[in-house]
Design a binder for this molecule. Sequence first.
Ligand SMILES: [Cu+2]
Length: 351
Amino acid sequence: MISHLIQDPPKINYIESPAKIDALSDHWGQLVPLASTFDHVDGLFYFTYIVCIFFFVLIAGVLAYSVAKYRRKTWDQPAVSNVTHNTPLEVIWTIIPLIIVMVMFAWGWKGSLDMTVAPADAVQYKAVAKQWSWTFYYPNSKVQSFNEFWVEIDKPAAFTLQSTDVLHAFFLPAMRVKRDIVPGRQGTLWFHPTTKGEYHLFCAEYCGGDHSKMYAKLHVVSAEDYAKKPWDVLKDSTPQEAAASGENLYKQLCISCHSVNGTAGTGPTWKGLFSKQGDNYLGRQREVVTPDGGTQTITVDEAYITESIRKPNEKKVAELPYRNNNMSAFADLDDRRVNCLIAYMKTLADN
Ligand SMILES: [Cu+2]
């Protein structure tokens, strides 16, 4: 990790930046339009906000007034008052804020219970967070989606939350839900989407170098569109289609660590993994480290790449700094998608 830090930072061009997320920048730091039934969050948010403004103005106002009114006007002016305390006043300014924070606590506690205890008829999804992408699992579907997910309008959607590496957080501002994802523990969270559209999911817990790139898109669609399983659309019937789908997957899942133009990243570049000899692709030689610490030299091929994706620690690239950096396993990436990625890697072959 350290040797990686003292290297030049990787120069990678990312797709779509969160800075472009217009819906969030147009609200003066206020809430984005609500798209779920959790309106109590807005009530609590604005209550807290107004209480803060009220006390800020009150306290700063009394302070400014007193500073002006009771300032020392001449050098030898005696103190105006020698009052050191006032019991009724102190009781009042303890009890009133106490009541206000108790209200906030009870309101927040209830709201947090409401969003973690899903109704029995909710559709059960799973969201897995890893550095630095999101994977979504659907009920009755073998296929997952990456950094993009779909739910049906007016159907409560419940999510089991998991992390395969470090702390992340699942934050969907438009649905008014947010929850930390603690590695080794399962979180739950649900919401009832009420408005069709596209919404942004953020990771709201700093999780390493490319945390700010860890966001996904939620589609709330009609029952009819949902029935078409939009996440299950993968075009791979020709080598060209497969390579294009592979490039898409690369941009969703791998771009934060691997470049395709030769620049170093957290992981090695994919350029030159293969070279083209006539109609054949020849894998490059790689020195790798096995879990027992031994090294071997292998030739890059489909099996090695598949293993590198699903079980990256079985054969780690020996070259520094890569051997000290970690890749989170994509254990569930299905064969079709792995093959698309390989097809894409082959398009990066040297001639
Ligand atoms: Cu993060």
